[in-house]
Design a protein around this ligand. Sequence first.
Ligand code: ADP
Ligand code: MG
Length: 685
Amino acid sequence: MDPPEPWPRSGAVPRPETLERPIETLPGVGPAVRRKLGRLGIATVGDLLAHRPRRYETAAEERTIATLFGEDEAVLDVVVRRVSARRRGRLHILTAHVADATGEIRATWFNQPWLEPKLISGTHVRMRGKQNRFGFQVSSFDLGDAAETADFAPVYPSTADLAQKTLRTLTDEVLAFARDVGEPLPADVRAGDALPLRADAFVRLHRPRGEEDAERARRRLALDELLTLQLALRRRAREREELVAEPLPPPADLAARYRDVLPFTLTAAQEHAIEEIDGDLARPTPMQRLLQGDVGSGKTAVALYTLLRAVEADRQGALMAPTETLAEQHFLTIEGLCAELGVRVALLTSSVTARERRAAHQLVASGDVGIAVGTHALIQREVEFADLAVAVVDEQHRFGVEQRAALAEGRSPHVLHMTATPIPRTLALTVYGDLAVSEISAPPEDRKPIVTAWVTEERSSEAYKRLCAHLDQGLQAYVVCPLVEGSETKLARAAEDEAERLRVHELRGYRVGCVHGRLKTADRRAAMAAFKAGELDVLVATTVIEVGVDVPNATIMIVQEADRFGLAQLHQLRGRVGRGAEQSYCLLVSRHRDELSETATERLEAMVATTDGFELAERDLEIRGEGQLVGARQSGLTDLRFTRLRADRDLLERAKELADAGAGEELLAEAVDRLLGEAEHVGES
Ligand code: ADP
Ligand code: MG
């Protein structure tokens, strides 16, 4: 393939606004494609431009049929003679007899029935694949120009129903806007570091001449985003220098009583985190601490301790969760303990009547309530506190948390951020820059690692048998429904239908509840409470149970069509079991092996191989080949699209130097705003 032409210089100034254009302004993007792109987080032209290939096809040799050799990947240029198709179980096999000047061979395609009518006799096909005992197994092909079979063709992160071909064609379209990205780095820096222009980097990222070319482009874009992050951290730090907080007196009676009422002894890791937190609370500057710990490690107990320290000082605490469901779960968890301690807790939700809400807000404003629990959005926007001393922020984007001057006029609360995103500590320190980090590195001792098994759907009845065996012992279970395409409403409907189906089939005779995102708050709360109280045996759910749900008696989970979920999501879901001393199980049911993509298979294998969040994070990096870590969405690392955190340490250092020198400050100001501002909207969706 010839390298792409350098992009013609129009001489015009960049027009960044073109990057904001909705994706449906591109030819060929109708509602269906728009929805599919939406699931990849692509809504605008700029999003697509920044959709980084996860890898590139390696260079493959052009061969003739006569010179095909062994199992090496090769490209053939052939003409179709005749075609036939058959089925084997769920597998559709398309066979074409194809020929070139040197001979004839059988080419096979799996599960692409729509292709049959296109392969009429005499059609010219360029195809890439490998010879095996069935003939030539086609991995990609082109009926027209070589886009799929070309060397270094980009392979994009995608979903099963969105073809690489579509993404490649659309990317070609948006490369026309590459000039509009502008150039944040001054010429001398670019020259000194031998960096390509930002616009060129985008073109090369999508259409590289080779691996090296692609890597150079990626690193240029990684430097830009790390610089943006550093500038954002600096701006935050400057803003924070001006903040003061009232130090809290040392822990006293309430803290001691808390340890007494807890049904367990805090682990050494938890006590260590508490010690660090106590140190922060004694200072006249606001605490800004990140509490890291894998799912089930026991962060909530530490969070509640921190909140009680505020109450002990006759002040208030707020616990902020990303969703209402999670806020409700937190409330249920801490309410009982707080009642024993005589501490009043209020749950603030947006879904009660206006009058009830006013009453609750009134209690918070008067100081009658010691701890308020609600969503980030609600607490930040609507609630006045009499005297807020401590805010605990659960699983929110890295930014947008510390501000909120309105939380306390003139004084800022001490803030504890909680995250289950496993990021190696050293890395967290560099990326989070200005946050202190506490880590709960080991789960409570009584924990047995969750046993995870993967079965394909024809064996799902065995999975349900196992689940029922747990139920018969008085234990409880979750069944997670498949991710279905479409709206939240459609997802909810599918979950309801599945619950109904299970009630008459696999789970007949058991008490089966159902929760999803479309339930009325009261109904969802009732279902959760019933499950927690043991009045339901099984909870059929969508991913609304992904975070925060804590029912130690639930010891087994079936995830249906687990191949559709991301690794981070699966890890979070699995974390709903294994929360007590009982041995717990997670059964991943996938579609038939032949229907699974390479990455889906790798994800499921990784889940079976380990329960360690850090290991899964690393594995996820390898599988996806990109700088996103498990659960990155909640950590603020979302924005690191191009960075490979492990490989790009040098770039991080360079970005710090450049930020110190003020490089890019002006041109990246908007990106920094976006990075800092975006967070304020997280949790509202
Ligand atoms: P996460 O870190 O995922 O938020 P949680 O705080 O919800 O974890 O704790 C998970 C489970 O472990 C809860 O049921 C909690 O009661 C229990 N737990 C927490 N700390 C301990 C401990 N020190 N010993 C025994 N169980 C604990
Ligand atoms: Mg939790």
